[in-house]
Design a protein around this ligand. Structure first.
Ligand SMILES: NC(=O)c1ccc[n+]([C@@H]2O[C@H](COP(=O)([O-])OP(=O)(O)OC[C@H]3O[C@@H](n4cnc5c(N)ncnc54)[C@H](O)[C@@H]3O)[C@@H](O)[C@H]2O)c1
Length: 376
């Protein structure tokens, strides 16, 4: 992976398209965001420590005009190559492992990424006079007592459990972000992202959609945690990126978080049924114990996103899952049982779903890694 440091100077910046710093840009959602910004004709400086990034996400971006990559951990002071870049207009903070087994592997680092790392990026935005967007999470609602979750619900989070490094880290990052805004130090936006899925997910990072699809494609037993009656709401990644971009550009004071997610709620059992039908797998289903503090219900109230951004998800689960399944089949070199119903971009030869970004790049196939034992 090539690290580029030819960040532009003041003179170059004056004539260049506006510059976006995307921390976490080599990850799942970040790679789609970088691509969408480049497609819009803007420049992107991707800042990532590659902790949970997929190298092929980055390979698909490298070489595109306006794209620069700097390998760096945001919990450490930002390098001069970034702080000295001229013309930074937008700072996006997506840097943080999102999968429970991965963010729990080094909880101290997860907490520092969220708090110290967010502070470094806020200072960058303050110095550049840039707008800052934090990707927070539905996990700030913890195991919710209110349903669906609206932004004014304050949550039910354990500050001592194994998920606290992430949940409380994100809550602290939100607090810090709004403190900068209150003090007039930076213009901010905060997105609370609910479960998102799609191409470019790491097959091994242990999220429920990628776990079930990869197990089905490999002919392995399908694992669910608890009895599968817990609910989730799944948003296709192109809808999420459209929501993030709309939020960043929205004309409001930014002093309130905005839920982004798909309000169609289903049980994990129902999701399992969709994956079984889509892949034709006849593999056994194995039940494992529910992880500590696993939320029982999850559904975003997206009224605020609708009112402020005119945004709502457009890709139905069937289309999004088919596109994701086809992408994973390609990644894993596996042939889905029902090849006739899927292609890499959509379903049944209908091409890319409405509003959906086609999977990034045409990366070569590579062997899959073993699935992580995971929370959902
Ligand atoms: N995917 C979801 O369903 C979901 C849900 C809620 C919130 N989010 C948030 O959205 C953001 C992106 O999530 P994702 O699903 O793309 O996760 P991801 O793990 O695929 O991407 C995160 C990226 O951040 C990088 N990173 C992690 N720690 C870093 C650090 N200290 N310094 C620099 N880079 C670092 C990783 O290498 C990776 O490329 C995260 O902040 C996550 O908390 C995601």
């Amino acid at each position: 992976m090539q690290q580029q440091t030819n960040i532009r100077t003041q003179d170059e910046a004056a004539a260049a398209p506006r510059l976006n710093v995307v921390a976490g840009g080599a990850g799942f959602i970040g790679s789609h965001l970088c691509r969408a910004l480049l497609d819009r004709g803007e420049a992107v400086l991707c800042l990532d420590n590659l902790q949970t990034a997929r190298p092929s996400n980055l390979r698909a971006l490298e070489g595109r005009a306006g794209f620069l990559f700097v390998q760096h951990d945001i919990s450490q002071p930002l390098p001069a190559a970034v702080t000295g870049a001229a013309g930074i207009a937008r700072v996006w903070n997506l840097a943080c492992a999102a999968s429970p087994p991965l963010y729990q592997r080094d909880p101290e680092h997860t907490m520092l990424t969220n708090v110290v790392g967010t502070n470094h990026l806020l200072r960058l935005a303050e110095g550049a006079g840039a707008r800052f967007l934090l990707t927070s999470t539905s996990e700030v609602y913890g195991d919710p007592e209110h349903h669906p979750q609206a932004e004014d619900y304050r949550g039910n989070v354990s500050c001592t459990g194994p998920r606290a490094c992430y949940d409380e880290g994100k809550r602290a990052a939100e607090a810090l972000t709004f403190d900068y805004a209150r003090a007039g130090r930076a213009e901010v936006r905060v997105a609370r992202i609910f479960n998102t899925y799609g191409p470019n997910m790491d097959p091994a990072d242990g999220r429920v959609v990628s776990n079930l699809i990869c197990q089905a494609l490999r002919g392995e037993a399908l694992t669910i945690y608890g009895d599968g009656s817990q609910t989730r709401s799944f948003c296709f990644v192109s809808d999420m990126v459209a929501g993030l971009m709309a939020l960043m550009e929205a004309d409001f004071d930014g002093m309130e978080p905005v839920n982004l997610g798909n309000p169609v709620e289903m049980t994990v059992r129902e999701l399992l049924g969709h994956v079984q039908a889509l892949t034709g797998t006849g593999a056994a289903v194995e039940q494992r114990p529910l992880p500590v503090d696993d939320p029982r219900r999850r559904r975003p109230d997206i009224t605020r996103a609708g009112a402020l951004l005119g945004w709502a998800p457009r890709v139905p689960l069937a289309e999004g899952l088919a596109a994701t399944c086809a992408w994973f089949a390609d990644e894993l070199g596996a042939l889905p049982h029902k090849t006739g119903t899927m292609n890499r971009d959509g379903i049944a030869g209908r091409g890319t779903p409405a509003g959906a970004a086609a999977p990034a790049g045409t990366e070569p196939r590579r062997p899959g890694r073993a699935s992580a034992a995971a929370a959902q």
